[in-house]
Write a protein that binds this ligand. Structure first.
Ligand code: NAD
Length: 499
């Protein structure tokens, strides 16, 4: 039996026992703290429960303030375990993600109904590559006046918000980065993707408790609500927020009064200037835009191609697994893909993407568009005008608008407009350094990828480490353990130098 099934069964049994002999339940909430439950035997390591009297267990809390308190206690316990303790936690998270990748990937897909199973699984295997404590090299200064050390110290408890697009993967890599830096964390997941996150958090905390005796290092609120986010943001134990999501949550975090690391929305443009291999450009574009059915914030969302190479590029897309829609089919898809608030029509500034078709398979989109596509089609695409709604909205579905431009300057200007100043990600296929430089300077994105798919920007096919939180809005870049630290300086005057 897998770890997750054991955990689920154990929790169901504990829940039933709690209801029979524990706190009475009213309005869906326990009216009084449940008595300490008997240890089921799986945790017979002599470690006492860290939270006697609390209703939450193994990191899962109905009350957001309780979660923050428990995380604060866990933070203090972690500091007693030293760096070796953090290393153990990181190993536990990575190994559980690897061991449960197939099952957790399936469970997340079943709950959210968005994305692709193969990529949900890959995103859990990818946790092995998330950087850890090795990132925290202190800075040592030595001179006539003695020795100074600048160290990367933890904040304490971090409040973290995770998206529906990668619920468990974002939670796991946030834990790895934050705990590597010595912090504890409280999560408020997306309401449409929280059950899988709660399940994984419980398994993580049970394993951490077994090995280190810390029960609530990575807490999660069940169910998450806007109110629980506000409670976390206001709790005095929470010293820092880290939000990964769209414009709404970024705005809410910035307005909270707490320091916030914001991994915000994107709408990454691609420019193809024809100076590099068009087949490679098409293959990379298809790979990136079809990954998890285009749920990635770094994923290619619109392409600008120089007029003289346009037809060849479109042919290369068709030859490499993408299916071309005609104008009528694009219009039908657009009608279903976007709604316009308050009775406004097309052209209104704030269309809403239909969440029912975000991250769905190409077959589903093709049916809506009225197209019959061959089996194995990875992506749909079409020629559109630069002002098409698919160019300007972060559609997060495997359909890509391709726009013809007359010059590189026109392409860069159109790409900048489509990126909306999010400063998130952009891609160019080119062997012309001047064109690369022009685009990089104009868009100022956090990730700028040349001649690869968007995933090369996170180390898959390019050099570099990975993370599922890319702090674009607030500028910290791809999150890593250092992102979640305070720099503290320790100065020793005159003595202790050895020369
Ligand atoms: P979303 O914005 O709907 O939700 C993200 C999270 O924010 C969820 O937990 C949600 O419950 C919460 N939230 C939303 N509005 C809130 C508010 N007003 N107050 C408090 N919490 C709020 O996004 P999603 O559909 O889950 O994810 C897709 C979005 O996230 C896209 O815009 C994508 O670009 C972005 N994203 C960015 C990164 C990054 O690293 N920069 C990574 C993944 C996703």
């Amino acid at each position: 039996m897998s770890a997750v099934n054991e955990a689920l069964i154990r929790d169901v049994v504990q829940e039933v026992l709690g209801r029979l002999g524990g706190a009475p339940v009213s309005n869906g909430k326990a009216a009084a703290p449940a008595p300490a439950k008997a240890d089921c035997g799986c945790h017979g390591n002599g470690h006492a429960s860290a939270s006697p009297g609390r209703r939450g267990k193994f990191g899962v809390f109905q009350d957001a303030n309780e979660a923050c308190e428990a995380a604060h206690e866990a933070y203090q316990q972690l500091s007693e375990k030293g760096v070796a303790g953090r290393v153990k936690v990181v190993r536990i998270i990575k190994d559980l993600c690897t061991a449960n990748a197939k099952e957790w990937g399936r469970i997340e897909l079943e709950e959210t109904k968005i994305g692709r199973l193969d990529h949900k699984i890959e995103k859990l295997y990818a946790q092995q590559g998330i950087p850890s404590v090795e990132f925290l090299n202190p800075l040592g200064l030595s001179g006539d006046h003695g020795i100074t050390l600048e160290e990367y110290a933890p904040f304490g408890v971090i409040g973290a918000i995770t998206p529906s697009t990668h619920s468990i993967p974002t939670m796991a890599c946030n834990i790895i980065s934050m705990v590597s830096a010595g912090n504890a964390v409280v999560f408020n997941s997306h309401p449409g993707a929280y059950k899988c996150a709660v399940m994984a958090a419980r398994v993580f905390n049970q394993a951490i408790h077994r090995e280190l005796g810390i029960e609530n290092l990575a807490c999660i609120v069940e169910p998450p609500t806007l109110e629980s986010f506000n409670v976390i943001a206001k709790n005095e134990n929470v010293k820092l927020l880290c939000v990964t999501g769209g414009p709404g949550v970024v705005k809410a975090a910035m307005a909270s009064g707490k320091r916030a690391i914001c991994a915000g929305p994107g709408n990454p443009p691609v420019l193809v200037d024809g100076t590099s291999c068009l087949t490679n450009a098409a293959k990379c574009t298809i790979f990136g835009a079809s990954y998890d059915n285009n749920l990635l914030c770094i994923g290619e969302k619109e392409v600008f191609v120089l007029d003289s190479f346009f037809d060849k590029f479109m042919a290369a897309m068709e030859q490499n697994g993408a299916y071309r829609l005609n104008d009528g089919q694009v219009d039908r898809l657009a009608k279903e893909a976007f709604t316009f608030p308050q009775g406004q029509g097309a052209g209104c500034p704030d269309p809403v993407v239909n969440r029912n078709i975000i991250g769905r398979d190409p077959e589903v989109l093709a049916r809506i568009a009225g197209a019959t596509i061959p089996g194995g089609t990875q992506l749909l695409f079409a020629e559109t005008r630069a002002d098409n709604i698919f160019v300007h909205e972060e559609q997060m579905m495997p359909f890509l608008p391709i726009v013809r431009v007359r010059s590189v300057e026109e392409g860069v200007a159109a790409a900048k407009k489509a990126e909306h100043g999010y400063k998130h990600s952009a891609i160019i296929h080119s062997h012309d350094v001047a064109n690369m430089t022009m685009m990089a300077r104009a868009l100022e994105t956090t990730l700028f990828i040349k001649n690869g798919s968007c995933l090369a920007g996170l180390g898959a096919g390019g050099e570099g480490y990975s993370n599922f939180s890319i702090a674009t809005t607030t500028g910290e870049g791809i999150c890593n353990p250092k992102t979640f630290t305070r720099v503290r300086r320790c100065v020793l005057v005159d003595k202790l130098r050895i020369f």
